[in-house]
Design a protein around this ligand. Sequence first.
Ligand code: ADP
Ligand code: SF4
Ligand code: MG
Length: 422
Amino acid sequence: MEKTDNGEVLETQSTQTAETALPDDVLLQVNDLKKYFPVAKNFFGKPIKFLKAVDGISFTLKKGKTLGIVGESGCGKSTMGRSLLRLYDGVQGEILFDGQDVAKLKNREFDKLRPNMQMIFQDPYASLSPRLTVGEIIGESARQHHLVDKAGFHDYVLKVMDMCGLQPHYFERYPHEFSGGQRQRICIARALALQPKLVVCDEPVSALDVSIQAQVINMLIELREKLGLTYIFISHDLSVVKHISDDVGVMYLGNIVEYGSKDSVFSHTLHPYTKALFSAVPVPNPHVKMNRIMLKGDIPSPVNPPKGCKFHTRCEHCMEICSRIAPEYREVEDGHFCSCHLYNSEEDTLRLLAQADENERNEAIAAEKEANKPWNKAKAKVTTACKNVVTKIKNKFKKSEQTEQQPQEQPGQTEDSNVEEK
Ligand SMILES: Nc1ncnc2c1ncn2[C@@H]1O[C@H](COP(=O)(O)OP(=O)(O)O)[C@@H](O)[C@H]1O
Ligand code: SF4
Ligand SMILES: [Mg+2]
């Protein structure tokens, strides 16, 4: 609340919290984005355990550019894309879009902004209503957001369809009559009908044949140039990301571990995980030997991620510091960010080791304090008593089993043996 000179009280709360200035060429700035899913609750229904799908992501995206996001399945790519568009509740961090903090906007304010941020999903069939015609699917949201009136609806939809390579007579047809590639074009047309500034493409070609993939990717590139769109392009296919992106972010267990321009990330890779990921891309030359870096084990659970660097359980360069403290995400080269202890200066390593010592001391003190709480002491006593009882019962069973298994002496057996002895 703010008072004017003549004493009027102005409602300024929403602008104070939601409006943030960004440089003119920046469309999106994300600071410390987090999305935790509750996976266990206590007796009173309060969440006590979380799956950290997105665990503190920051990046800046310029207008008209494409940010490619790569990483293994389950590393949090889709959750990040959906969180940016507020498709989940309980998202933490700042999402500064076109001067407004999306995370702090009230629902009514965000509804006005929603057409500007659209998403294209991996499965084009699941995201299309089977009961609506193609024309209705494409134009429905545009009509709801008053981007087109009743009289201009048909022409408007036909124009969008034409941009996306869909023939005019598809207007009255239904999604099940189309191939996967055409269905994905319908999804793209539906998103573009809302005249968005940002489009989050979540694996948009993964479910398509390779020949169709190229057509859809090239169409997305053409539309970006023509309409001045900005993309976040999520994919596990590195060649596709290399083709379409300006910048690349590599995700591992909910974090971006390397980020930079496409050229710097592909030609001067810094992070051991990115190197392993890139080494798995097949080279289309039979004379070139692939130096594949094999990662140990599976991706750890995001419910209990490893302490320190989350990649240390699989990293061939793992050092002592790696399992003790998480590396800092810092600009290693101009515009090229990475979180790995390999790029620490000597002072950084000493400072981080000192911090690790202090963290471990604090953890030990906290653990001792927790164990000394009366409730926990009583719990420990009961647990020990229960364990003792169980061990006693087990031992008893073992003894009785042993006595049952001992061979019964047969009558006459002793006599025979005595005879033999004689
Ligand atoms: N709604 C949900 N509830 C609980 N866990 C989820 C939910 N959605 C995704 N996850 C978990 O979050 C992690 C990241 O998932 P996702 O973002 O889909 O990964 P990616 O797109 O990189 O394959 C996975 O471990 C997944 O199981
Ligand atoms: S911090 Fe250590 S474990 Fe993590 S990627 Fe770098 S070298 Fe490997
Ligand atoms: Mg996904």
